[in-house]
Ligand binder design. Structure first.
Ligand code: CO
Length: 452
């Protein structure tokens, strides 16, 4: 008997994020939740990443309430979230105290598996989160943000994976957000990792370049323990391999997944109808985009960029901006294009094209260059470094060591904010304080809603 392969269903988080710009409302999830819960997935990725932000800023939903509702509606299945290490679900580092509080509340409200990554693969930025997750007896999954560049080799990934295991993570995830992990390299990497590590290995890849089914299958041949898939009607494109396709392929190989293909058909039908409602949030890419193999721009980033350019009335600049992203990325030491680095680099590339190259530097890119996000994988363009050093000094220490912000202070701030808005005092609920910390400018609307 072949070993069992775990399946993580990502439709509610990453499928939603990659295909529908994270606009899927809770009301469109709840009617299908019990069916999802019955499938027998290893886990369902349902929270984290851009969900928190989207709930507050676009969906008028309390993200914590959403989590509780999801957990209640799917009590049998592990709920999984994507956590950006010290950035939590935001775009900058938070102090250890705030990280601790966020993880405590996420665990209490329903998260079982925390997939934790750092955009720069600087493990100093995930260590505290991992320790906190383990305090609540939850599953801490340490993550490699996979990328291709002259400074990233097979050994880079093996060393990183070993360090992740040394952090006492319960499993390792290879996170290929751009769909650029080729079947051959996946086989080589995972075969080697299986020899070197004793913790389970999960693969997260995207369908963007068209390789994902093959990459998943080669990963399984090499001994991967779990793959991520999305229900067929919400799969492929910028998203992921279809759950049904992968299960069919696995069954043919006599690999046990304990999931009945027929159970998935109704779920797929459901999302097919729901997806129609969110048409306006879909990117224009159809089929496969090989450009990703050249520029390594992840799906979510590209669809956001399209929207930004559309708003500026400059859709025609898309190609230019995409190739500028490569240049900016090279200049900052080939960071993986994942949040928040992807936003920082995307915004700088856009500015470089609309204005002149590096005519204006964003605060964020200055911080990135000077070590405030962590250690960069490769060398920084010396001219760019000099330009950034005109603004402030660089650091070598763990960025969060400089952060002293206190949770209690935000409680006071929220109390004052509520007074200013003339709404009930919401600061007695710690989840609200976290929302206020993470989305300071966007939370007015949901706070007003919660008060009434
Ligand atoms: Co992803």
């Amino acid at each position: 008997m072949n070993k069992k392969i775990g399946i993580t269903e990502v439709v509610l988080r990453d499928g939603n994020q990659s295909l529908l710009s994270t606009r899927l409302k809770l009301d469109d999830i709840l009617p299908i939740a019990s069916k999802l819960d019955d499938v027998g997935y290893t886990s369902i990725e349902s929270w984290g990443g851009a969900i928190f932000d989207s709930c507050v800023r676009y969906l008028d939903e309390d993200p914590w309430e959403r989590l509780r509702e999801l957990k209640k509606a799917m009590p049998k299945t592990n709920q999984q979230m994507l956590l950006r290490g010290q950035n939590l679900v935001g775009y900058k580092h938070y102090s250890d105290e705030i990280v601790s509080k966020f993880i405590e509340k996420s665990a209490i409200n329903g998260i079982d598996i925390f997939r934790i990554f750092d955009a720069l693969n600087d493990l100093r930025n995930i260590k505290h989160s991992v320790e906190e997750v383990k305090k609540y007896d939850k599953h801490a999954q340490g993550t490699i943000a996979y990328t291709i560049s002259p400074v990233h080799t097979l050994d880079t990934w093996i060393d990183l994976a070993k360090e992740i295991e040394d952090l006492q993570c319960d499993s390792l995830c290879i996170k290929d957000m751009s769909g650029i992990l080729s079947p051959e390299f996946a086989y080589e990497l995972i075969s080697k990792l299986k020899k070197e590590l004793s913790i389970p290995i999960h693969l997260h890849t995207h369908a963007t370049t068209g390789m994902s089914n093959l990459t998943n299958m080669k990963a399984i041949e090499a001994g991967v323990d779990n793959i991520d898939t999305s229900i067929s009607s919400m799969s492929m494109g910028y998203g992921h391999s279809a759950t049904e396709t992968m299960i069919y392929l696995l069954e043919e190989k006599k690999i046990n997944v304990d999931i009945n293909l027929k159970d998935l058909l109704k779920i797929s039908e459901y999302f097919k109808v729901v997806r129609e409602k969110y048409k306006e949030f879909e990117g224009s890419m159809k089929g496969v985009d090989l450009q990703m193999l050249v520029n390594q721009v992840p799906g979510g980033m590209l669809s956001n960029l399209e929207t930004q350019l559309k708003n500026l009335g400059k859709e025609d600049l898309l190609e230019e901006v995409v190739s500028e992203i490569y240049e900016v990325r090279k200049d900052v030491g080939f960071v993986p294009l994942v949040t928040p680095a992807s936003q920082i680099i995307g915004a700088q590339a856009l500015s470089n094209i609309v204005n002149k190259r590096y005519e204006t530097l964003s605060i964020e890119i200055i911080d990135l260059i000077l070590g405030y996000y962590g250690k960069l994988p490769g060398d920084i363009n010396t001219d760019l470094l000099e330009k950034a050093l005109e603004q402030k000094t660089n650091i070598k220490e763990r960025p969060a060591d400089f952060l002293t912000e206190k949770f209690e202070d935000y409680k006071v701030n929220l109390k004052q904010y509520c007074e200013k808005l003339k709404i009930d005092d919401l600061s007695s609920i710690e989840e609200n304080i976290l929302t206020f910390i993470l989305i300071p400018y966007g939370s007015e609307k949901i706070f007003k809603m919660m008060s009434s």
